[in-house]
Design a protein around this ligand. Structure first.
Ligand code: FAD
Ligand code: NAP
Ligand code: SF4
Length: 677
C-alpha cells in the first residue's frame, strides 16, 4: 500500500472544469504583516513557495484591500501595485506549477482602521476604531467597481484566483445583518436586499475575470452574533453566490466581535465542519471547511463524512510547511502540529507584529532563518528537555552536531508536561510527540531520569554544555508560606497535594489562570467533546438558530470549588494573557464563579486562611488552600557550577531569563542559538 493510500480522499484531485486542484488541502488566508513592510513581498514569496513545495494544493494569501477605504495596509487597485505581487505568484508557480495561488480580497468595512472607512450604515463595531461612513448609491457603485478592478488586477498579477471575504464583520458581512445594516433602500431591509451587495460583488468580479479563474466566496456560515444570520439565510446566500459565479464557497465562522472561541486551543478539532456539510447539501459548487483541522487524519475524517470537498489548514501551515508531504509519505508522526495557541500568529497580528509560529519560529522568516549544515561538528550536551532544550537539541542535531540530551524527569517536555494537563491544552501533547520522534530520527542520545551536575558533565568531556534547566517557582516572601495550606502550582497540577473546596490563588499570570481552570473543571474537556463545547459556549451547530448561538445561559459542569485569583497589581487580573485568547479564559472562569481581585497585599497564611490588605483594607480569605502561582526564577545552579569548573556552557530559555518567559520565546531563542552553534 502506498503510504498516501491512508488518505485517499485527501489526495484525490478536484476538477474545477477549467482547472484542477491536485489535492483537497489548501492553506487558508492569514494576515502575516509581510504585506505591509519593506521587502515584505520577497519574504512572502519565500514563505508561500516553501508551502507550495510542502505539497499543499492551493494557497490563499493574506487579505489585500481593493481600495484605500477598505483597509489601512496593502491594497491592490493599480497596475503598479499589481506588479509587486508578481514575485509571489511566480515563486509559487516555480516551486510547483500544479499549486494554485489565490489572492484574498479583504474589504474591512467598519474595521478598516481609517477614518475613511465605509459601511452600509453608520454603525460602529464594538471593536472598530471609527464610526464608518454610510455609503450612498454612488459609494456603493464605487465599491463594486473597486472589487471588480482588484479581481482583474489579481489575474494580471499571475494569481490563479481570488477569494472574497464576506464574513467576520468586514464590509460584505455588515450588509447581511440588521444590526449593521439599517438601510431602507434596495441594499437594506429584507434579506433579499441585504444580500444584494455581496452577491453583486461576486457577479461583478466574475464578469471582470472571465470564466476560467477561481473565484472563492468566504461565507459567514455561522456568525455567532445575537440576531445574526439564520441557517436558512446562509443557505439562501450560498445559492445566490453560486448562481452569481462563485467557483467555490468557503465557510467562515464568527465575527471578530463575537464572544465564542472558534480557533483557540479550547475548541475541539473540526468542531464546525458539520455546519459546512449542511450548506454543502444545498449547492453544487465545492465547499471548503476550516477551523481547528490540524492533522491529516482529521482532514480525511471530515472529507469522509461528506462535510466538505476541500479542507483549509491555515495555522497548521505556519507550524509545518511540509505537513501535506509528510502525510503523503506516511510521516505523520514528524508533523510539527499547530497547537492553536495563537501566541505567535493571531496575537501578533492583532498587536501589529509580524506573524510567526510558536512551534516554528522560521514561519514568515524563511529568508532570515536559513539552517545550514555545520562546518565543525561538535559534541554538545543539552541539559533540560523542556521546549528550549528540545528546540536546541533538534536544530543542532539537524545541522550535524552530536547531541546528548539530559533531563532529570522521566519524560521529555519540562513545563509542557504541566501545561498539557490543563483542560483545553490537550494539543500541547502533540508538540512533545513531534520532539520525541525528532529525537529518535536525528539520533540524539536521550538520557531521562538523569539529574546531572557539573562533575558528571565535566567527566563526560562534551565540547560544550547548553544549560536549558528552566525555572524554579518563586516563593513569595509572605509569613506562613510554609504553612500546610500553601501549595505550589506544580504540586497542585500534578495532583500531589489535596486541594480544598475554598481556594485562593496567589498570582494572576497564565499559570494562575490555568490552575484555576484545572481545579474548577469537572466532566469532559470541552476541547475534546463537541457537545460539551456547545453547552459551555451556548452554540447549536445542528439547529443553527440565528448566529448559531442559543441565547441560553452557558451550562458548565464544575468542581464546586470557590476560587479567587489574586494579584498585587491594581486593576483586573488577566491583562497579561494573550490578546486573542485572554477573553476566553476570563469569561470561562467567570462562568465557573471564579472571582478575580487586584490591589492585594499579602500579609500571612495561617490556620484561618490568607490574610491580606485589599486596596488598603484588611481582609481574610477563609480558604482551605492557597495555591502559589507567583512567577518564576531562573534555575542556574548547574550553569554557575559549570562556569566555576571552567566547563564551556551557555544558557537558554527559562534558565537564562525567567521573567515573561513563555514557550514561544524559549523555542525562538533556542533555535537561534542552535543556528549559531
Ligand atoms: P522548562 O520547561 O522548565 O524545562 C526545564 C527542564 O530542565 C525540565 O524538564 C527539568 O526537569 C530539567 N532540568 C532542570 N535541572 C536539571 C538538571 N540538573 N539535570 C537534568 N535536568 C534538569 N507557555 C506558553 O508559551 N504557552 C502556554 O500556554 C503555556 N502554558 C503553560 C501552562 C503551565 C501550567 C505551565 C507550568 C507553563 C506554561 N507555559 C506556557 C510556559 C512554558 O511551558 C515555559 O515557558 C517553557 O516550558 C520554558 O521552557 P524551558 O525549556 O526554558 O524550561
Ligand atoms: P507571570 O505571568 O509572570 O505571573 C506571575 C504572577 O505572580 C503575577 O500575577 C504577579 O502579579 C504575581 N507575582 C509576581 N511576583 C510575586 C511575588 N513576589 N509575590 C506574590 N505574587 C507575585 O508568570 P506565570 O503565571 O508564572 O507564567 C509563567 C509564564 O508562562 C508566563 O510568562 C506566561 O507567558 C507563560 N504562560 C502562558 C500561558 C498562556 O496561556 N499563554 C499560560 C500559562 C503560562 P503581581 O506582581 O501583581 O502580584
Ligand atoms: Fe498554531 Fe500557535 Fe503556531 Fe499560531 S503560534 S500557528 S496557533 S502553534
Amino acid at each position: 500500500m502506498a503510504t498516501h493510500d491512508r488518505y485517499p480522499l485527501m489526495f484525490s484531485p478536484l476538477d474545477l472544469g477549467f482547472t484542477r486542484l491536485k489535492n483537497r488541502v489548501l492553506m487558508g488566508s492569514m494576515h502575516t504583516g509581510l504585506e505591509d513592510i519593506e521587502g515584505g513581498f520577497e519574504r512572502m514569496a519565500a514563505f508561500f513557495a516553501e508551502r507550495a513545495r510542502g505539497g499543499v494544493g492551493m494557497i490563499i494569501t493574506g487579505g489585500i484591500a481593493p481600495n484605500h477605504e477598505g483597509g489601512g495596509g496593502a491594497k491592490l487597485s493599480t497596475p503598479q501595485e499589481a506588479a509587486q505581487h508578481r514575485i509571489v505568484t511566480e515563486a509559487v508557480h516555480a516551486a510547483d506549477p500544479d499549486v494554485k495561488i489565490v489572492m484574498q480580497i479583504l474589504h474591512a468595512g467598519p474595521l478598516a482602521g481609517t477614518p475613511a472607512c465605509v459601511a452600509p450604515s453608520a454603525v460602529r463595531s464594538r471593536i472598530g476604531r471609527f464610526v464608518p461612513n454610510e455609503l450612498d448609491a454612488d459609494g456603493i457603485e464605487k465599491q463594486l467597481a473597486d472589487f471588480a478592478n482588484c479581481a482583474s488586477l489579481a489575474r494580471a498579477a499571475g494569481y490563479d484566483g481570488v477569494e472574497i471575504i464576506g464574513s467576520a464583520g468586514y464590509l460584505l458581512s455588515t450588509f447581511l445583518v440588521e444590526k449593521t445594516n439599517t438601510r431602507t433602500d434596495e441594499w437594506g431591509g429584507s434579506f433579499e436586499n441585504r444580500m444584494r451587495f455581496p452577491v453583486e460583488v461576486i457577479r461583478r468580479a466574475r464578469a471582470a475575470v472571465g470564466d476560467d479563474f477561481i473565484l472563492i466566496f468566504r461565507i459567514p456560515a455561522m456568525d455567532m452574533l445575537d440576531g445574526g444570520m439564520s441557517g436558512d439565510e446562509v443557505i439562501q446566500l450560498a445559492k445566490a453566490v453560486e448562481a452569481a459565479g462563485a467557483t467555490i464557497i468557503s465557510t467562515h465562522f464568527t465575527w471578530h466581535e463575537a464572544q465564542v472561541p472558534t480557533i483557540a486551543t479550547m475548541v475541539p478539532r473540526a468542531a464546525f465542519a458539520e455546519v459546512t456539510g449542511r450548506i454543502r447539501s444545498h449547492v453544487t459548487v465545492p465547499m471548503i471547511t476550516s477551523n481547528r483541522i490540524n492533522m491529516p487524519d482529521v482532514v480525511e475524517q471530515v472529507l469522509a463524512a461528506g462535510h466538505a470537498d476541500l479542507v483549509s489548514m491555515a495555522r497548521p501551515m505556519l507550524a509545518d510547511a511540509d505537513l501535506v508531504n509528510k502525510a503523503y509519505e506516511g510521516r505523520e508522526d514528524e508533523i510539527n502540529t499547530c497547537i492553536a495557541c495563537n501566541q505567535a500568529c493571531l496575537d501578533h497580528t492583532f498587536t501589529g507584529r509580524l506573524t510567526s509560529c510558536l512551534v516554528n519560529p522560521r514561519a514568515c522568516n524563511e529568508t532570515l532563518i536559513v539552517p545550514q549544515p555545520t562546518t565543525r561538528p561538535r559534541d554538545l550536551a543539552v541539559v533540560g528537555a523542556g521546549p528550549a532544550g528540545l528546540a536546541f537539541a533538534t536544530e543542532a542535531a539537524q545541522r550535524g552536531h552530536k547531541v546528548t540530551l539530559y533531563d532529570a524527569a522521566a519524560e521529555i517536555g519540562g513545563q509542557f508536561n504541566l501545561a498539557r494537563r490543563v483542560p483545553g491544552k490537550e494539543e500541547f501533547s502533540e508538540t512533545l510527540r513531534y520532539f520525541r520522534r525528532m529525537i529518535e530520527k536525528l539520533g540524539i542520545t536521550l538520557r531521562l531520569n538523569t539529574r546531572v551536575d557539573a562533575d558528571m558533565l565535566a567527566a563526560a568531556g562534551h565540547d560544550e554544555v547548553i544549560v536549558a534547566t528552566g525555572i524554579r517557582p518563586r516563593v513569595p516572601d509572605v509569613a506562613g508560606i510554609d504553612h500546610p495550606k500553601a501549595v505550589g502550582y506544580i504540586d497542585a497540577i500534578m495532583g500531589r497535594r489535596d486541594i480544598g473546596k475554598r481556594v485562593a490563588i496567589m498570582g494572576a499570570g497564565g499559570i494562575g489562570f490555568d490552575v484555576a481552570t484545572l481545579i474548577t473543571h469537572a466532566g469532559p474537556s470541552a476541547a475534546m467533546d463537541i457537545p460539551t463545547f456547545c453547552r459551555e459556549w451556548g452554540v447549536d451547530f445542528a439547529g443553527h438558530p440565528r448566529g448559531g448561538v442559543t441565547g441560553i445561559a452557558p451550562q458548565i459542569e464544575h468542581a464546586g470549588r470557590e476560587v479567587t485569583i489574586l494579584q498585587r497589581r491594581d486593576g483586573a487580573p488577566g491583562r497579561s494573557l494573550g490578546k486573542t485568547t485572554g477573553w476566553t479564559h476570563r469569561l470561562s472562569l467567570q462562568r465557573r464563579g471564579v472571582k478575580l481581585l487586584g490591589g492585594v497585599t499579602y500579609l500571612r497564611i495561617d490556620d484561618a486562611g490568607l490574610h491580606c490588605l485589599v486596596n488598603g483594607e484588611p481582609r481574610l480569605f477563609a480558604v482551605d488552600t492557597v495555591i502559589v502561582c507567583a512567577g518564576q526564577e531562573p534555575e542556574r545552579s548547574l550553569y554557575d557550577a559549570l562556569i566555576a569548573r571552567g566547563v564551556p556552557a551557555q544558557l537558554v530559555g527559562g534558565a537564562q531569563e525567567a521573567g515573561e518567559l513563555d514557550a514561544k520565546r524559549a523555542i525562538a531563542e533556542a533555535t537561534a542559538l542552535a543556528l549559531a552553534a
